[in-house]
Design a binder for this molecule. Structure first.
Ligand SMILES: Cc1ncc(C[n+]2csc(CCOP(=O)(O)OP(=O)(O)O)c2C)c(N)n1
Length: 148
């Protein structure tokens, strides 16, 4: 968590001719968003797609599935990522529906420079596979019907 943007920046430095995207959660992006300044300073045309569910989603899902829906500190209201990017001089847009997403992705790809795409997604959508807290990787839950 918080690693993707820095890793993408390293990848872009190593292969400047390649298209490089960082796919990040809104929680993870808040750990590394100061690197937006580095993108500008070092002219790194990394594209960032923020999968923005307003949740620390993996932990929220644990709380739903294993802790009786007792949600604790997993609902987050981050900054406006489009404004945050703009404050750093990074182009940005938001997609709030599936219909908008295609055009926004094209816009991000065609932009000559770094870009932040804030994609709003369903807050409480669950994601699989999932490993229960304290359980080994061999007990990975692959789909909802395998929940215990
Ligand atoms: C540095 C660090 N801190 C805490 C965690 C525990 N952790 C795992 S997933 C997660 C929430 C991630 O939220 P977000 O980045 O918004 O992504 P989502 O799960 O919603 O897709 C947390 C806090 C971690 N993996 N790494």
């Amino acid at each position: 968590m918080g690693y993707a943007l820095g890793a993408a920046m390293g990848a872009k430095c190593a292969a400047p001719e390649r298209e490089v995207w960082a796919v990040v959660g809104d929680g993870g992006f808040q750990m590394s968003s100061p690197e937006l300044a580095t993108l500008v300073q070092d002219s790194l045309a990394v594209k960032v797609i923020v999968v923005n569910n307003g949740r620390l989603g993996m932990v929220r899902q644990w709380q739903e599935m294993f802790f009786g829906g007792r949600y604790s500190f997993t609902h987050i209201s981050g900054p406006d990522f489009v404004s945050l990017a703009a404050a750093h001089g990074v182009a940005a847009a938001r997609a709030s529906s599936t219909e908008e997403l295609g055009d926004r992705l094209v816009g991000a790809r065609e932009h000559d420079g770094p870009y932040v795409l804030d994609v709003r997604v369903t807050p409480d959508e669950n994601v699989y596979p999932m490993i229960a807290p304290g359980r080994p990787i061999g007990e990975m839950i692959l789909a909802p019907h395998r929940q215990r």
